[in-house]
Design a protein around this ligand. Sequence first.
Ligand code: ALA
Length: 423
Amino acid sequence: MTTLANISSVTPSLKSEGFDVNAIRSDFPILQSKVYGKPLIYFDNAATSQKPKTVIDRIVKYYEHENANIHRGVYHLSELSSNAYEGARDIVQKSINAAKREEIVFVRGATEGINLVASSWGRANLKAGDEVLISQMEHHANIVPWQLICEEKGAILKIIPVDENGELILEDFHRLLTEKTKFVSIVYVSNSIGTINPVKTIIESVHKYNIPVLIDACQAAPHLSIDVQDLDCEFLVYSGHKIFAPTGIGVLYGKEDYLNGMPPYQSGGDMINIVTFEKTTFKEAPHKFEAGTPDISGAIGLGTAIEYVNNISRSAVHKYEQTLLAHATEKISAIDGLRIIGTAKNKIPVISFAVDGAHPMDIGTLLDFEGIAIRTGNHCTQPLLDRFGVSATCRASLAFYNTIEEIDFFAEALVKVIKKIKD
Ligand code: ALA
């Protein structure tokens, strides 16, 4: 039986690109943990990723040495804190190649970013009979905010369907995109089945109608390079906690003209210029959209997480993750009665599956006793799972710190667990 005693990279050639999975694993304290006496195998990275020590240390340093509110104090600590927070904005800007730092709005996460755009842009621009186009592959966070604003404005939500492999049906996308379409909001990479969508081509087509596009890049951010100028999207969102940063911080990118043309989403301190009881004037973006005290330490932690990721070769990570995906797909698909849901040509290392006669919750619970963490359920994508005729799946979602040995251990444990459930 494969053991985890000798964790080694299967692709030593990646070492020439400076990629060493053992070194990476040692940066993540939680990966050294045991669960029920077994080494933790963390395969729930699409839900949230683990945090490297450098991020944890940076947050501790902030609270031990820099904690003060930002943009408000004339004293040393407030300056330290404000500089660190605004420095994180610069790091985010560079990492997604935004043209201006003012185009980066810190939000709680992708969910808040989408709600912000749907409420602010949607309320100001949508009217009865307009159409908003999303896909069948969206996370609930990219469905419900659009449903609510469409309901409020009498607009109509249109859905691009997904084929048997879990790819968007592009002919239907072109058919649904019409003069009536006023906004398109599309996921870059599916959280539940891993499909990488051809968003650049989609954006090009949408722009022929002179309308804006939002890209939900939650699952793209930890796995792919993002260049918003190259994509040319009007908006893009992601959550920090999926890219090795703390929970509670996320990014909304918006083209400057769009952000400045939109009304505030929330209001309060730090987003205003002048307040009187008669009238209030607002700052320009991004501050207009950052009402109240933000998640200062979260933003700083996000900056550190991005710097951490930037120190590892993206191309090596991509090759390594594709090796993990290929190996896991081969191992898992060989299991009797198991169906992989989502077999797109371009995928991140996310494998969703259903097993005849074994409920995902039972599989997940028993795998936990082997030290293995996967997600079970609908992954906040009920319409997508409905399309495949299942209400829940097991989902193994991998990151660059996972290993071939972990996959082998997982596949063996899975066979054992399925047998136990069926016996
Ligand atoms: N959206 C997260 C997931 O896919 C929580 O698990």
